[in-house]
Design a binder for this molecule. Sequence first.
Ligand code: HEC
Ligand code: HEC
Ligand code: HEC
Ligand code: HEC
Ligand code: HEC
Ligand code: HEC
Ligand code: HEC
Length: 412
Amino acid sequence: MAPIRKIKNYHYVLLVLVGLIYLGSRTVPPVVTPPLPALSARQQGNQFVGSAACLSCHKDIVESHLLTAHYRTSRPASATSIKGSFKPGKNKFVYNKLAEVDMESKDDGFWQIGYWNGTPLQSCRFDIVIGSGKNGQTYLYWKDDYLYQLPVSYYVPLNEWGNSPGYPKTFPLFTRQIPAHCLECHGTYARAEVVPDSGTRYPGREIMYGVDCERCHGPGGDHVTWHANHPGEKTGKYILDANLMGRQQRLDACALCHSGARKELKPTFSFQTGDTLDQFSTAAYSMDSLSNLDVHGNQYGLLVSSKCFQKSDQMDCSSCHNVHVNEANNLQVFSQRCMKCHNGKDHPFCTMPQVVKSQLTSNCIDCHMPLLPSQKIFMQMSDSSRSRPDLIRTHRIAVYAANTKKFMKSIH
Ligand code: HEC
Ligand code: HEC
Ligand code: HEC
Ligand code: HEC
Ligand code: HEC
Ligand code: HEC
Ligand code: HEC
């Protein structure tokens, strides 16, 4: 046995050497270290401390992160976090002649009041806002230590109140409980327990709002304490170094929330960056049915089905996104990231002949990652059966003939 193993090892060393020479000749720093062990195995005793605790040493990142959709995706309800209007004339959602909900601002907060035939049925307060307000927001209220969804949500593209998805279309209900699942994707942490026959309880109402630093970097207590006591130290201690993570670990850190609904194998909030996602939950889609994936919330599945991803060995979400900064709608910045690879040298430049280069280069996105309507998410609007789908950027990067036509029209 021994000689065979020796030969294998020798080949392995050779491969690594060739690999190092190859990688060393490229500009991107190579990832040659094996992926980090799972964080969940290492974080015993480490505490969440919140992003205010990062400010003294990572000022720029903390300040720009405050403006991101991640940070704002869940917040306590307030005049600034609620996007919908409370002005008379704009503060109603009307189902039909008999049923409506009024949105009212009072001294003790903001309220939704359900009416049936002019008689108030139930009123509940806006306590928590879910959604940064990019496409829509929905609102939650506390009853004891349980969370429920309010009947009326807000739909940003039309600037109107709309029926909360999943509720009846003809009258207001206040009964939809919020499982920890919502907060696992729309928050950093929530202490939750499932009580048989009662649903999900949040003891002490302990919730860390927003997708904050520690959602992606893991609890930072030990890191903060250590660096506060060692101000000269230039290397990050007790915190994951994203550059040392394997590609799948880096992708999984985003796929947790960006690969659609998943089937849970372990309790909510047990996955942490650095872990292998498939050990915690499995995708609710099969890799054979990627062409049927909805654009809503499944950027991971769609990206993985693209040639861009399949034919490059390093691409992950950070190839195009700097998550510390709000870069929404800055299509020129994103197009520059396409051209880092598609520069005509490493990978082919666009082969569309009719467009001059300057027009192409400021916007690769509308032709190759067009906004497509979600097949799943519709919002029912007031007083009629109007409903509108959400428009979402597809992450299946490809050639889209119809969208190319539309783009050509728009520039001529
Ligand atoms: C007392 C100073 C201090 C505080 C407070 C602090 N850090 Fe750091 N952090 C550092 C230093 C020093 C480094 C290493 C240099 C660098 O990468 O900026 C670092 C590096 C990092 C890195 C990169 C790790 C790597 O090796 O690439 C992350 C991620 C990080 N910190 C996250 C956080 C988060 C999240 C918080 C708040 C919970 C925080 N830090 C609070 C000093 C601090
Ligand atoms: C804990 C769940 C969670 C994780 C982890 C997460 N995201 Fe998100 N992300 C969200 C949610 C929720 C939204 C929608 C926020 C909103 O508008 O309310 C979002 C929005 C975004 C947006 C749109 C921002 C905008 O302003 O248009 C981008 C881009 C994004 N995420 C990229 C990433 C990347 C890249 C990673 C991994 C490094 C990641 N996300 C990890 C939950 C998450
Ligand atoms: C698997 C992760 C995940 C779960 C679970 C989840 N969401 Fe989301 N949600 C997202 C992502 C990601 C987006 C960003 C839009 C997109 O990519 O389609 C989003 C968008 C939203 C938006 C619109 C935000 C905006 O600013 O436009 C609302 C409102 C919302 N979700 C509410 C909920 C509620 C309520 C629940 C629980 C019933 C829930 N979500 C469960 C990941 C999730
Ligand atoms: C949605 C996930 C996500 C959130 C939220 C997030 N980060 Fe990061 N962070 C990343 C990723 C991914 C990288 C690695 C980027 C790369 O490889 O290009 C990173 C890198 C870093 C680094 C080291 C490299 C650098 O860019 O300086 C620091 C320090 C850091 N993050 C601090 C923070 C702090 C502080 C916050 C909160 C204010 C925060 N991060 C929020 C995902 C996140
Ligand atoms: C990390 C490098 C990388 C980045 C960044 C990148 N691509 Fe690609 N892309 C590739 C590779 C590799 C291929 C496969 C080329 C080949 O066929 O050899 C590809 C293929 C494509 C194709 C052909 C798809 C098909 O189905 O035939 C298009 C279109 C494309 N990319 C557009 C884009 C756009 C637009 C962006 C930015 C939003 C982008 N790419 C970002 C590496 C990248
Ligand atoms: C090749 C470049 C590229 C890669 C790789 C990429 N994205 Fe994006 N992403 C974009 C562009 C371009 C947009 C549109 C930005 C805009 O319009 O504001 C976008 C938008 C988004 C949005 C907002 C979607 C919407 O319409 O509301 C989310 C969420 C997102 N990306 C998550 C991810 C995640 C998670 C990954 C990794 C699985 C990823 N992206 C990888 C280029 C990329
Ligand atoms: C006006 C719409 C439009 C714009 C803008 C555009 N493309 Fe294209 N692109 C196309 C069409 C259409 C094709 C297919 C052309 C053909 O038939 O060869 C294509 C082909 C490609 C291909 C495939 C090359 C191959 O291997 O066959 C790549 C890669 C690509 N584009 C990248 C980009 C990048 C990067 C940008 C931004 C710098 C961009 N495109 C801007 C419409 C567009």
